[in-house]
Design a protein around this ligand. Structure first.
Ligand code: AMP
Length: 582
């Protein structure tokens, strides 16, 4: 397929914010896409060239793009930078400059989807001397033979900044519309008509669960196209490929929590660490974060604990890794160990200085058997049988069977005293639902709920803070994957590095993400997630979300969360109405 066909679709997607329209555009495109191109198309529509759990990353900074444009269009870097400052989006800059150049020369041949895809994939494989120049050449080669609008999307894909709004829900529905006409979705007058809602939802559920198991829309689309409903149902959990973890909604007190999970239920400590999914097949152990990132290399000691202390030929365990002080043994907040997640060097020393204890709380696959449909009680019994506990290395999440509110309140106090966030209550007779915030487990963690917000803009400081970004615009994510402002924050960030998240650290993280600058204000790519507490959520005409946080304060960096994991607008609205009830 010619790349321009895909670009036309991206452009159409970008021109509408309506989810149904996007779904229709993608579904019509999928109908026309041949099987041989489907893998690439699905990934590129999501702005990716690898599935999220793949270890390969494109890893190209904005500076390299400037050099690639320079090489392809023969325009000097200073002029490209000027355009960049004026226009803001590097993709738009590439489009404009390639257009200028193409008025003089004619482009050679037309780009194919495969060519673009292969060049972008090669970027991730490069290592060693000369890497930078080879990366520039690979991008420049594409830009040289691209039409201006193609250049725009090539640049955005390289920067992993597609922004055409293909949220997971939209892609899922497009797959239903494209490959299951029997689901009965008819797009008419910018709306959909569904004859039989139940039947339609049945197909949506089938596609969704195939996705929750595989995290791979390319596989899901291919299977839907070639093997239909039956094929999708056969997509199973695969050891080595992470599944989406199950999440829990928050409840305000023991009474309402117990109503959701029933009695008796299991109450567990809610540890303040990060989620770790552990996969084992024969002697191979792989660790994934909640963002589906492969962090096996970063936690060699965890790999050893699992090897030594967990019985079984193959399994997938769900757990929370919690940092503790090597001196006192006390649990430490997540912030203290977060730096280990992205660490590429000095791994052994980090493991010594910032040890983690693994708290296992679930098992979704065991010795060749998918366990997600088994009841929680049974899954817990398995981990009790296979894990040999070793305090401070690997243990089971501390748990009791709670019969009433009194049990829960007592356990909650005990958990807080031990330095944890609160408790999780789990329904004993419930399956594991990957990717869903269903009420099979609920969390109880104190009065106000902190939110995970994405930094989308910032302001340079003044006086002694002039070299730092010092005020940060926060955003939540909506169902189109757009980031909507909810306020600005400068409180809670420290002057010095060792005291938690500092101005210097945030500035260093955000600087390479700057998209445009006007005076003291910069816009940044939505990449950095921070946990923020506040006194109240208010309605506000000032911010694009319609809401504002009153007195927000940064608690910590959440570098185990991707922007897509940030608090959703829906959830923020729930919190707003919940606080009004009180
Ligand atoms: P939250 O991040 O507030 O939505 O709370 C859910 C997170 O709590 C999960 O994703 C886990 O990382 C973490 N967690 C800590 N302890 C447990 C536990 N015992 N069971 C389940 N999740 C836990």
């Amino acid at each position: 397929m010619e790349y321009i066909k895909l670009v036309e679709v991206c452009s159409a997607l970008e021109s509408t914010s309506k989810r149904l329209e996007k779904t229709y555009i993608i579904s019509e495109f999928l109908k026309k896409t041949k099987t041989e191109d489907l893998n690439e198309i699905i990934l590129l529509l999501q702005g990716k060239v690898f599935p999220p759990w793949d270890e390969h990353k494109i890893g190209v900074a904005s500076r390299l793009i400037l050099k690639a444009i320079n090489k392809a269009a023969g325009i000097n870097i200073t002029n490209i930078e000027k355009e960049w400052a004026k226009i803001g989006d590097l993709g738009d800059v590439a489009e404009k400059l390639i257009k200028t150049k193409k008025q003089v020369t004619l482009f050679s041949s037309s780009l194919t989807v495969k060519k673009v895809f292969n060049n972008l994939r090669k970027l991730a494989g490069l290592e060693g001397a000369g890497t930078v120049n080879r990366k520039i050449s690979l991008i420049a080669e594409l830009l040289t033979s691209s039409k201006p609008i193609e250049a725009k999307y090539i640049v955005r894909t390289v920067l992993e900044e597609m922004r055409v709004g293909t949220a997971a829900g939209t892609l899922r529905d497009s797959i239903v519309w494209a490959y299951f006409p029997e689901a009965g979705a008819v797009y008419k007058d910018k709306n959909i008509e569904v004859k039989d809602r139940e039947k339609y939802n049945h197909y949506v559920d089938i596609v969704q669960s195939a996705y929750d198991m595989s995290n791979d829309f390319s596989l899901v689309a291919n299977t839907a196209k070639s093997k239909g409903k039956k094929g999708l149902k056969e997509i199973a959990i695969k050891v080595g490929i992470p599944i989406k973890v199950m999440l829990g909604p928050k409840e305000k007190d023991a009474g309402s929590a117990l109503k959701r999970v029933g009695t008796p239920c299991q109450a567990e400590y809610k540890y303040d660490g990060f989620r770790l999914q552990i996969h084992k097949q024969d002697s191979k152990i792989t660790l994934f974060t909640r963002r589906l990132e492969n962090v096996t290399k970063q936690f060699p000691e965890v790999v050893n604990y699992v090897k030594k202390n967990v019985k079984g030929k193959s399994f997938i365990l769900d757990s929370e890794a919690v940092g503790f002080s090597p001196k006192t043994g006390e649990y430490l907040p997540f912030q203290n160990i977060s730096q280990r997640i992205k660490r590429k060097y000095d791994i052994e020393r980090m493991a010594k200085d910032f040890p983690v204890e693994l708290n296992i709380f679930d098992c979704v696959y065991y010795n060749g058997k998918n366990m997600i449909k088994e009841m929680f009680g049974k899954r817990r019994a398995i981990i009790e049988k296979i894990v040999k506990q070793e305090p401070k290395n690997i243990v089971l999440a501390k748990a009791i069977i709670a019969k009433n509110e009194k049990d829960v309140d007592k356990f909650y106090k005990e958990s807080k005293k031990a330095g944890n966030e609160g408790v999780m209550l789990k329904k004993l007779d419930a399956p594991y639902k990957p990717g869903a915030r269903v009420g099979y487990m609920v969390k109880l963690k104190g009065e106000l709920e902190a939110i995970d917000a994405v930094i989308i803009a910032a302001e340079w400081g003044e006086g002694k803070r002039a070299k730092w970004l010092s005020s940060f615009t926060l955003a939540c994510i909506d169902e189109n994957n757009s980031f909507l402002e909810i306020g600005k924050v400068g409180t809670g960030i420290k002057e010095k590095l060792e005291q938690g998240v500092s101005f210097e650290e945030l500035t260093n993280l955000l600087k390479p993400l700057i998209i445009s600058q006007k005076g003291k204000n910069v816009k940044v790519k939505p990449k950095i997630v921070v946990e923020v507490i506040y006194e109240e959520i208010q309605k506000s005409p000032t911010y694009s979300s319609g809401y504002a946080l009153r007195f927000p304060r940064v608690l910590r960096l959440r570098d185990d969360r991707s922007p897509e994991d940030a608090t959703t607008m829906d959830y923020l609205e729930d919190l707003y109405f919940e606080q009004k009830k009180k």
